[in-house]
Ligand binder design. Structure first.
Ligand code: ACO
Length: 340
């Protein structure tokens, strides 16, 4: 699916917030848990540490709400003015009610409706496109798009090939109409033919929870890393080149690449294909690992002081499904004014 339109109002990001749990899980910590070592993890993935939500009474809705609260406080926004909340997540607090409903109540957004969107690591970008459609059509004036995942809840800390990768976090952005800046174009793809490469096998209607599913550790994420890596390298680079060509952008025109943080080698390959130098690539995988739907808004939060109105951003993700995509966004506000 791809969209491109010039006649409608743009949907611009006008505020941001994020949440990171305090507990750090370092590569050295993981060396004590599974047969791995710091050097392997750093050279194969770029990850040095991740954050873990270490409170049995808190989960994804809590982190998403904290990110939204930070956004409201930093930008002096009344939660009652929010029309719609979309939470991208594959780790909802429970199957239902949706995380969006829990967030809506917790942040006091009494005039908002909302829903969850599940697209694994592509969740935030898919949610951004959805949220933008409500702004572009005039159906909403203020849409809160949140990417939040408690990956530690579905990570098997006996599986060294996956437990080194994931961390917990949430990032939130506010979308509002803008005459010029905002989401300019999107390209998204899904390919269910490779669904089995990255999956949470049990807990859904196909394999409901049972003693057997628990015994077989089927409530944990499974990944066939090598083929996912191959698909990710080509998928992410191809879709970024596609969106650049559609919009007549060269590497010189792109101010920042905002890539999903799954593996530094995938990000490097994508930046290379786009002709970007490393100073234009947002990279924080070493600090947080792969936080699934939270990676892209976390990057935007980390770089907000450097983002200036009119900057050209290419956002890109790749994840389970398989799902992938890219969005071309022109930045709408001076992040420095909110750098407090
Ligand atoms: N420590 C030490 N050795 C390890 C570890 C570890 N933690 N994990 C695997 N190994 C070993 C393997 O057993 C293997 O050994 P062998 O050759 O003797 O069999 C060797 O290292 C190489 O294993 P590979 O799986 O080929 O390692 P690779 O270089 O592919 O790295 C990784 C694995 C990091 C998972 C990589 O495949 C990857 O990044 N895949 C893509 C991840 C991704 O993009 N996912 C999508 C988003 S996630 C989502 O949507 C929820």
């Amino acid at each position: 699916m791809s969209t491109s339109s010039s006649s409608q109002p743009r949907a611009a990001i006008t505020a941001m917030g994020h949440f990171l749990p305090e507990k750090r899980l370092t590569n050295a910590d993981l060396e004590q848990i599974v047969d791995t070592d710091d050097e392997w993890i750093r050279t194969r993935t770029g990850i040095e540490e991740r954050r873990i939500l270490d409170d049995p009474d808190k989960a994804t809705a809590y982190m998403a709400s904290q990110a939204a609260e930070e956004l409201f406080q930093k930008h002096d926004i009344d939660p009652a003015t929010i029309d719609l909340i979309i939470v991208a997540t594959i780790t909802p607090d429970m199957e239902f009610p949706s995380t969006a409903c829990l967030v809506q109540d917790s942040i006091g957004a009494q005039n908002a409706w909302g829903f969850d969107l599940a697209a694994a690591c592509s969740g935030f970008l898919f949610a951004l496109t959805n949220g933008a459609s409500f702004i572009e059509s005039g159906r909403a004036k203020r849409v809160l798009v949140i990417g939040a995942d408690t990956m530690s809840a579905i990570t098997d800390y006996e599986d060294r090939s996956t437990c080194i990768l994931f961390g917990d976090a949430a990032g939130a952005v506010l979308l509002e109409p803008h005459d010029t800046y905002g989401l300019q174009d999107t390209v998204h793809y899904s390919d269910g033919a490779h669904a089995d490469l990255l999956t949470l096998p049990a807990g859904g209607s196909l394999n409901p929870a049972s003693h057997e599913t628990v015994d077989q550790r089927l409530h944990y994420l499974k990944q066939d890393g090598r083929p996912v890596f191959r698909h990710a390298v080509t998928g992410m680079a191809d879709v970024c080149v596609e969106i650049m060509e559609r919009n007549d952008l060269t590497g010189d025109d792109v101010d920042f690449l905002v890539p999903h943080q799954a593996n530094k080698r995938i990000i490097d390959a994508t930046a290379n294909r786009m002709g970007l130098s490393s100073d234009k690539v947002m990279l924080n995988i070493h600090r947080y690992g792969n936080t699934t739907a939270a990676t892209v808004p976390l990057c935007l939060n980390d770089w907000q002081a450097e983002l200036k109105p009119g900057h050209n951003l290419v956002l890109t993700t790749f994840g389970g499904g398989l799902t992938w995509g890219a969005s071309y966004l022109t930045w709408a506000y001076d992040g420095a004014e909110y750098d407090s």
